[in-house]
Design a protein around this ligand. Structure first.
Ligand SMILES: [Zn+2]
Ligand SMILES: [Zn+2]
Length: 145
């Protein structure tokens, strides 16, 4: 199984309220199967919400090939299917906080491209957050580490 793949969720499973604040019933991103609204994702990225505690699965990270991952699901703009990405804890944190390094960013962008999806269609990888060199423009936390 590829570390980054298209999956189909049925209509009912697609629309679920945020697991943290119960807001809305939209196509929220999922972390380890649980829906998170953008607000709760941001709080998570900023360390203002209780941290994620999820068991890792014995798969390979789509960004660095490290084993031990958590599945992240996102719904690309104008696509019927969802994208599921296996990410190690570091890269999951990096994606949610919009501060992946250029290497990780391009790894994900390249694999999305082979599925016919533009990185721009994934909210957290949008061009507003990364420049053409894959540098993070608007990380949730402004740190230099
Ligand atoms: Zn929420
Ligand atoms: Zn990784």
């Amino acid at each position: 199984m590829n570390s980054l793949r298209l999956i189909t969720l049925d209509g009912h499973a697609m629309f679920a309220p945020c697991c943290r604040c119960a807001k809305g019933q939209q196509r929220w991103d999922r972390i380890a199967g649980k829906p998170y609204c953008p607000h709760c994702q941001e709080a998570l990225a900023r360390g203002e919400a209780p941290p994620l505690v999820e068991r890792t699965e014995p798969r390979v990270c789509a960004a660095c090939a490290r084993r031990g991952t958590v599945a992240f699901i996102s719904f690309p703009l104008d696509h019927a299917q969802a994208v599921e990405i296996d990410l190690c804890p570091d890269h999951l944190r990096g994606l949610v906080a919009r501060q992946l390094g250029p290497h990780a960013y391009f790894q994900l962008a390249r694999q999305l491209h082979t599925l016919g999806i533009d990185a721009d269609d994934i909210f957290l990888l949008h061009g507003a957050f990364y420049d053409e060199c894959g540098r993070a423009l608007r990380p949730a936390l402004d740190t230099d580490e």
